[in-house]
Design a protein around this ligand. Structure first.
Ligand code: ADP
Length: 485
């Protein structure tokens, strides 16, 4: 069955987009529905020459896009946002078909992605720079911001449109031109978004999309002198490859990499309610979220109650096809990811963890990359579930006695993206949140991110920021202009 094509784009095409033209390639790759395991589309896999053409097109379009002023760019970006909202229902169905997530989540993702285009349409108008008071009267100084130039944007599959929107919208608003490489697992969503960019009237060459061999794209973007920056969303493993390469070419990087979020639960909260909410939070996008809570660090006095409440809530979650409105949890993206989740759970059980629920593929869903929502308790710092990013519907629980012990456990990871804390104790919340070595701390909430707020990881979770004003400045250079008078 083919993925639903929507008719909101000017050309409903699943092709590469190079210099304003939809392009085929000699080779094609399959896009698989992770729920049905069937091929839903074949998409072109571009060559190195396609990529070079895209970079050249972006390079040629740069001077025009840069000198279109921020207000003109803003009008076009707002049109993209409007088209995204108008088409959200159809577009979300495409995302469900290739990513497996529930339709409501996919629809919400498209709507939030539209907000990024609106936000950066406005924020781009405010990147005006500033003047300085010089220490001599015969000098005037000002700092202006200018777009970096051609930017390569490589993104992961877990949020097929959100990952794109936050980078594409910021780069375009800043006046950069882009060469985007979406994930091979979710290219259809990216091609749909590119169709809307074309339909909105963004000039040819400003935004290009090339689905092609990932290693080749990474290397070619690094090697081309016109490419001034690569923004990457994906694994820490690939982030390190790009950092290695950039050390030779001086290409600027911003990296949004893995996470392994702790969640500290103090005894003064409503434990059954927090346990049930934690299960729901973990189930978002089947746990395939870099800020998904993974390591639940629970005060020993409420540990058993938390585990009971959470296991009960996990067992009630409905797995199934994302197009079924009753579905709360779709499949994982592919068999490799499901096998990684299963192996990590098995390793932790061998190491001494206790399985409280789940821990296997659901018997009633033999087709599709499903895995049961799982809770493993008695997880210790050396266990696989504590150390590895799980990226699946699996929670681990570890007891602690004193908040200092919880802080040490929370920080005992190479990752530093998001952390969570549940407490009504004001002083404890200030002390603990300030001691956590993470770029994002959610206190008494699970969605500690917003279009307007900086999103970025410490330690091996990345460098640079997405979202908010900080996300815009990732695509702007500063220039000091000092004038003698
Ligand atoms: P995941 O395991 O979550 O898919 P990856 O880091 O492998 O994460 O993939 C994220 C994105 O990076 C995808 O678009 C993928 O094609 C791309 N990618 C994979 N390997 C490389 C590489 N060597 N250089 C550049 N991009 C890569």
């Amino acid at each position: 069955m083919a993925a639903p094509r929507n008719n909101t784009t000017s050309q409903a095409l699943y092709k590469n987009f190079i210099g304003g033209k939809w392009a085929d390639a000699d080779r094609t790759g399959e896009v698989i529905n992770p729920c049905t395991e069937t091929v839903i589309e074949r998409v072109p896999l571009g060559t190195s020459s396609d990529l070079q053409q895209a970079i050249e097109a972006a390079h040629n379009a740069f001077s025009g896009w840069k000198s279109a002023n921020a207000w003109q760019r803003s009008d076009l970006l707002r049109k993209v946002a409007t088209l995204m909202r108008e088409g959200a229902a159809d577009l979300a169905a495409v995302t469900v078909a290739e990513a497996g997530k529930p339709l409501a989540e996919a629809t919400g993702e498209w709507l939030v992605a539209a907000q990024f285009f609106d936000w950066y349409a406005e924020e781009g108008k405010r990147a005006g720079g500033h003047t300085l008071l010089a220490n001599r009267n015969n000098k005037r100084m000002m700092v202006i911001h200018q777009p970096l130039g051609v930017t390569g944007i490589i993104t992961a599959w877990n949020f097929p449109v959100w990952n794109l929107a936050r980078a594409w919208a910021a780069a375009l608003a800043a006046g950069c031109t882009i060469v985007a490489k979406p994930s091979e697992y979710t290219p259809l969503t990216a091609m749909q978004l590119m169709g809307l960019i074309e339909k909105a009237g963004i000039p040819p060459g400003v935004a290009n999309l090339v689905l092609a061999d990932a290693d080749m794209v990474g290397q070619a973007l690094l090697d081309h002198p016109a490419v001034r920056k690569i923004h990457f969303v994906g694994s820490t493993r690939v982030g390190k490859i790009l950092m290695d390469g950039a050390s030779r070419t001086h290409t600027r990087l911003s990296l949004e990499l893995g996470g392994n979020a702790p969640c500290i639960i103090l005894p003064d909260v409503d434990i059954p309610a927090v346990g049930a909410a934690a299960a729901l939070a973990k189930s978002r996008n089947c746990g395939q979220v870099c800020v998904s809570p993974q390591r639940f660090l629970v005060h020993r006095s409420v540990y058993a109650d938390f585990c009971t409440a959470t296991a009960a809530a996990l067992q009630q979650l409905r797995l199934g096809n994302g197009m079924d409105p009753a579905t709360q949890l779709g499949p994982l993206i592919n068999a490799r990811q499901r096998d990684h989740v299963a192996a990590t759970v098995q390793d932790s059980l061998r190491q001494g963890g206790t399985l409280l629920c789940g821990g296997q593929r659901p018997a009633h869903l033999p087709t599709g990359y499903f895995y049961e929502p799982t809770l493993v308790s008695d997880v210790e710092p050396h266990h696989a579930l504590f150390r590895r990013e799980i990226f699946g519907p699996v929670m681990s629980a570890t007891p602690f006695d004193h908040p200092d012990e919880a802080i040490a456990l929370a920080n005992d990871t190479e990752y530093g993206l998001a952390a969570y804390l549940w407490t009504n104790d004001l002083k404890a919340s200030v002390r603990i949140s300030e001691a956590l070595e993470f770029g994002i701390v959610g206190i008494n909430e699970w969605a500690a991110h917003a279009v307007e707020a900086p999103f970025g990881g410490w330690k091996q979770s990345g460098q640079g920021y997405e979202c908010g004003a900080e996300g815009l400045y990732e695509y702007l250079e500063k220039k000091l202009i000092s004038t003698g008078v």
